[in-house]
Design a binder for this molecule. Sequence first.
Ligand SMILES: [Zn+2]
Length: 419
Amino acid sequence: MLPKQTNNTLFFTGNHLSRPSIARRGKGFSRAAWNELESEVPGECSVLKIGSHVSFSEKGLLSAAQEAISYGATTFMIYTGAPQNTRRKPMEEQYVPEGLALMKEHGIDEIVVHAPYIINLASHKTDTFRLAVEFLQSEIQRTAYLGVENLVLHPGAFTEKDLYYGIRRIAEGLDEVLSAAKNVNIALETMAGKGTEIGRTFEELAAIIEKTSFNDRLRVCLDTCHVHDAGYDIVNDFDGVVEQFDRIIGLDRLTVIHINDSKNPRGARKDRHAPIGSGYIGFDAIYRIVHHEVAAGKPIILETPWIGKEEATKRPMYEAEIALLSDNADKRFGPAFREDVAKLRAFLRDVCGEEAGVGGNGREYVLAAWAVLHDKKQRSADKREPMERLYDLVIEHDLFPGYTEEQINMRLIGYFAGL
Ligand SMILES: [Zn+2]
């Protein structure tokens, strides 16, 4: 279903790329390394290209690759510095050859760079717009240096102006950035439509692409949480959403997929990510997307929140999410993991009773808990999210003595996955 959209007729809807231009590849510092690497990875088509956002601090690409490998990832995404600011270390200090060597060893042949959130190409303020253009130019240089092909960008927010002003302004900024020859694509991200964010509908992205003269280097990054929050029914009709994407933008533009569950119902325009299975989209819908033909061979990136009772104990769920979405949990964690999940499922059934919706993968339980949280009165009584409620039950009954918070939460992810 298409979200409500006024003035649809203003948008152009035929931005399909001519096929030859898509095969472009970065000409950066490490091009040879990438090409060599690509030819050496055996059977890459059978392996899902899945990973998460990882840190680029400390030893730059080397730490990033190490972190990704620790999650069992086959790709990853970095910000070249803090996503909230524009302070950047020179790339020469970012352990690029070391990182590439480690990636090669582990068969990681494609990664993604994400531009910082502070870039707002839709801004009507001259200084904000100039900063966005200039910073994006330097981001492209850093991306090219890494030999990375796709730089993900949030299109922008029109603030005090209007949608049409914002779209024109973004196209103006993109033209300035893309006119300088660089072999990096900019992948515009589908947005939830929070506030004055542009990119909530496929028509908005198509309009930006159509208004940008140098648009052969524009691509699109589809974020599952964002499109769900924007109103697209990816849970019940992903094929229909893909069909709309193809008709309005063109599937040849789709190059990166962000997979996140959502803390809000479809159409809420909120953009709050949840671990896979713990939100409104659910494991099954995300599994179908990950294994859909449109995702084949493309980097699939998790940006799910780290989970823990305290700030200091928060840990990423990426390793479990990647293993479960790749049907690889038994190999990754051993048979005990599956047994633990079965024990957890039986325990929840005993403690909460079947009617609480805790059987199978807990879908009914998760959705009921969110419904309570979206009710103002009920929320004030208990603000805990579904995953935390289940975690607390496990602790209360000492189901897994000696397990860390992270180990218990990973088993909850296994339970949501219906392992
Ligand atoms: Zn993003």
